[in-house]
Design a protein around this ligand. Structure first.
Ligand SMILES: [Zn+2]
Ligand SMILES: [Zn+2]
Length: 233
């Protein structure tokens, strides 16, 4: 009875068709498309979420430890995850936010204690232009399933930076330097920073540095999708 009702409500919201293939679906995706999602199930570095044998901290993180302490990612940023992330970010397909929240929630360790969830802030200008912050929308769903409080006010983006995607890798760290600001002290808090995509990690590293300067004890990244470098050395 209830399952039936849920299905009918789902049909109302999603037109009964899969977001990706338009086939018959009871959820946002049909079973086949859902199975095609590039879920991250291989061994990953616990710190940066790139591939690492036996899930050990990778050489890059050992040689040059990032400011964040851990990274949890649900998907690899490739088809069809990239299509879904784009649809939420640029086409206001907000139904994807709780879907991503569900994927990410399943990956989160039950034992990890987090006080606050900070969605990566947009600049005031970009927020006006887009009308919503996709990371904040995803955060609403995750906050409901954890004890942590969604706290976008912990950190602000004080200047507009050119979009990271248009920059060569070496420029990205420079691009975000001093771009963030914590308006109050964070007194030993454990903070999860939430974003849709993690590419080089330059933005997340800068945010973690900013949070720790303000007194955060531990900073972990929760990201929906992780980009994997094409070239392995
Ligand atoms: Zn489908
Ligand atoms: Zn690593």
């Amino acid at each position: 009875m209830l399952a039936n009702l849920g299905r009918r409500i789902g049909t109302l919201f999603f037109g009964g068709s899969c977001f990706l293939c338009r086939g018959r679906a009871e959820d946002l995706l049909c079973r086949e498309c859902d199975a095609d999602l590039p879920r991250l199930e291989m061994d990953l570095c616990p710190r940066c979420a790139l591939a690492s044998p036996a899930g050990a901290v990778c050489g890059r993180c050992l040689a040059q430890p990032p400011h964040y302490d851990a990274t949890v990612a649900a998907l690899a940023y490739r088809f069809p995850a990239d299509v879904l992330v784009h649809a939420l970010k640029f086409r206001a397909e907000l139904a994807l936010a709780p879907f991503f929240a569900g994927l990410l929630s399943k990956k989160l360790a039950a034992g990890e204690r987090v006080d606050f969830i900070l969605p990566v802030p947009l600049s005031a200008g970009r927020l006006r232009e887009r009308g919503y912050n996709q990371a904040l929308e995803i955060g609403r769903g995750i906050a409901r399933s954890t004890a942590a409080r969604l706290a976008p006010e912990l950190c602000e983006r004080r200047r507009d930076t050119p979009a990271q995607a248009g920059l060569p890798l070496a420029e990205r760290a420079k691009n975000v330097r001093d771009a963030f600001h914590c308006p109050r002290l964070l007194g030993g808090a454990n903070i999860a920073v939430l974003d849709d995509v993690m590419t080089t990690g330059a933005t997340l590293d800068e945010i973690a540095a900013t949070l720790k300067r303000a007194g955060a004890a531990r900073v972990v990244n929760w990201v929906v999708a992780r980009t994997f470098p094409q070239v392995h050395r």
